[in-house]
Design a protein around this ligand. Structure first.
Ligand code: SF4
Length: 351
């Protein structure tokens, strides 16, 4: 698929201009217009775009801006979260979410249309996989959230989490290209340390990420401390079993000299007992790890429910007593279906 202008890094823009017979020095104002000022229409007339570039943009051979269109927007009652549904050029729809309070805004981005991983509790997993997103389609989501923030709050995004629809490491190259652009200090300039990539345990991707030049945060979803338990929630555990996954995470911490964040979705009566907590602590022994505990966001296609408060506290107490740092994540935005894929799922189911 031909990518949109948002998917071109500074270097790729220079190359493209050069091969079109345009002086590559024009990459600077063009990159700034697209990636920093977030011009969304009439790019030829934007500040700093000189006639040679304007002419090239109008030839029909130049890439165009991503034509994504917002088709739904839901703010949460607590004002913490706003969720957007974006329609792409081929009619596919993906979600992007803005989270946070003043001065600390985060965008949660999608990386695929649907997802091939099939986690049973996840609305996106229940939809199946349609296609990968291009780098431009991923960057355009960050632009959409940032534009809204600038208009409504006069603020900028501080953090990015690749935690929307899709498994980011299953779409490795476009995701890395997109993050390279988002973290470019000539563009949105969000530092790599402020970017988190969330995976369900895609081992080849974890090993590639360990060797990638930039150091992004890695979050790995566990949800089960044995292959049998985990396999019931995350079918790809059969392909990438727990022992190999933990080895890959250990390798990541050594190569990157960075901590891995492990996510554990707490499902009442399924994986929230004291015994589960003890086994999780044993599994992560000796790894530089932080455990994020997340009470389940219920979805219509899965019967499980969130753990109750007492179980959550007891679970966390055991994890912390073992020496592992942990945090209980609030289920913010639950009224706007802010779990991955839930807005789209609710539209598919009810509308
Ligand atoms: S939880 Fe993530 S990896 Fe699993 S199905 Fe949902 S989007 Fe895919």
């Amino acid at each position: 698929m031909v990518d949109s202008l948002e998917g071109y890094s500074y270097g790729a823009l220079e190359q493209m201009l050069s091969s079109a017979g345009v002086n590559p020095v024009h990459a600077k104002p063009l990159f700034s217009a697209v990636q920093r000022r977030l011009v969304s229409k009439d790019l030829s007339a934007a500040e700093g775009i000189l006639p040679p570039v304007a002419r090239w943009l109008s030839t029909g051979n130049a890439p165009v801006l991503c034509p994504s269109k917002q088709t739904d927007c839901r703010p949460s009652g607590d004002g913490f979260t706003e969720k957007y549904m974006l329609r792409l050029a081929d009619g596919a729809e993906v979600e992007a979410v803005r989270m946070g309070f003043s001065g600390r805004f985060t965008a949660c981005l999608s990386t695929q249309v649907g997802c091939a991983m099939g986690c049973v509790f996840c609305a996106t997993g229940q939809m199946g996989f349609s296609r990968h997103l291009t780098a431009g389609e991923i960057v355009a989501q960050a632009h959409h959230v940032e534009r809204g923030l600038r208009e409504s709050h006069g603020e900028r995004l501080r953090n990015i989490v690749m935690m929307g629809m899709g498994e980011p490491l299953h779409n490795f190259e476009p995701v890395m290209e997109a993050l390279g652009i988002i973290t470019d200090n000539r563009g949105l300039n969000i530092g790599p340390a402020r970017v988190a990539i969330s995976t369900v345990g895609h081992i080849p991707g974890i090993l590639k990420l360990a060797r990638h030049p930039k150091r992004y945060s890695l979050a790995v979803s566990l949800h089960g401390a044995s292959d049998e338990e985990r396999g019931k929630l995350i079918p790809v555990n059969k392909k990438w079993p727990l022992a190999e996954l933990i080895d890959a995470c250990r390798e990541y911490t050594v190569i990157k000299r960075a901590r891995v964040f492990f996510a554990w979705t707490l499902i009442g009566g399924v994986n929230d007992s004291a015994d589960h907590a003890f086994r999780l602590a044993e599994l992560l022994k000796g790894i530089d790890a932080h455990v994020n505990l997340i009470p389940l966001n219920a979805t219509e296609g899965y019967e499980g429910e969130a753990s109750d408060e007492t179980n959550v506290r007891e679970f966390q107490g055991i994890i912390q007593a073992s020496g592992l740092p942990s945090t209980v994540r609030q289920r913010r935005g639950i009224d706007v279906a802010a779990g991955c894929g839930q807005l789209k799922a609710s539209r598919l189911i009810k509308w």
